[in-house]
Design a protein around this ligand. Structure first.
Ligand code: ATP
Ligand code: MG
Length: 205
């Protein structure tokens, strides 16, 4: 079983968007069982799930970090994805301890770089037992800030297992989410390729 925790204490960076799209791709694999725990009291992932409820994976809201730990420990799934709230709460700590992969979206804003070092310091203190997948999200082509974010990400060292992926700003992400769908229900092949590329890293290890 692999546990993928999508987190950043900063809000609006794309945690839920990535969590549902990554979970979707993981669940599309041959008989792979996937579950997404929505640890965010805003319940965004669960609300998204309730629009259709016929996903290839379940979304389960969870409001207690201890319960999350217990559920994950006894889970009979190939992949467990955790969508975290935008806060350094007990969920933040528990998810880091449980994770094999930390997916950390960082959007293209100066404020995101400023928050990054304290985020990384905190993560570092809790555990180093994971690979980190930074996702430079909502990239707007040729925007100057993009280069600086990339440089900041490259400088970060938590362990040697850090990866950086790019996800561009694309309408297909919010549009599909609004319908209770993912980019895999659209004809946006570039968005699909972005998610596949990130998720293949998790699948192949
Ligand atoms: N690559 C992208 N292109 C365009 N829009 C995006 C992209 N990624 C995320 N968004 C949009 O950005 C907004 C915030 O995304 P999302 O809700 O996934 O962030 P979050 O980190 O989960 O937020 P919160 O911290 O509130 O839980 C949403 O409207 C979402 O549709
Ligand atoms: Mg969210």
């Amino acid at each position: 079983m692999k546990v993928i925790s999508v987190q950043n204490s900063k809000g609006g960076v794309g945690k839920t968007t990535l969590a549902i799209n990554i979970a979707k791709y993981l669940s599309m694999g041959c008989s792979s069982k996937t579950i997404l725990y929505d640890a965010d009291p805003q319940r965004t992932a669960y609300d998204w799930f309730c629009i259709k409820e016929d996903q290839s994976f379940k979304v389960v809201p969870i409001d207690n970090p201890k319960l999350l730990e217990a559920q994950v420990e006894k889970a009979d799934y190939d992949y467990v994805v955790i969508d975290n709230p935008p806060a350094m709460s007990q969920f933040f700590i528990t998810s880091i301890k449980l994770a094999n992969y930390l997916v950390i979206p960082v959007s293209s804003s100066a404020f995101d770089i400023w928050g990054l070092s304290s985020l990384i310091d905190t993560i570092n203190m809790i555990s180093k037992n994971f690979s980190i997948i930074f996702v430079h999200n909502k990239i707007i082509r040729n925007a100057v800030i993009g280069k600086e974010i990339k440089e900041a990400l490259k400088e970060i060292e938590i362990n040697k297992k850090n990866y950086i992926f790019d996800v561009l700003f694309r309408q297909s992400y919010p549009k599909s989410a609004l319908l209770g769908e993912t980019v895999f229900d659209t004809d946006d092949t570039r968005a699909i390729a972005e998610i596949e590329f990130i998720t293949d890293k998790i699948i192949r290890g």
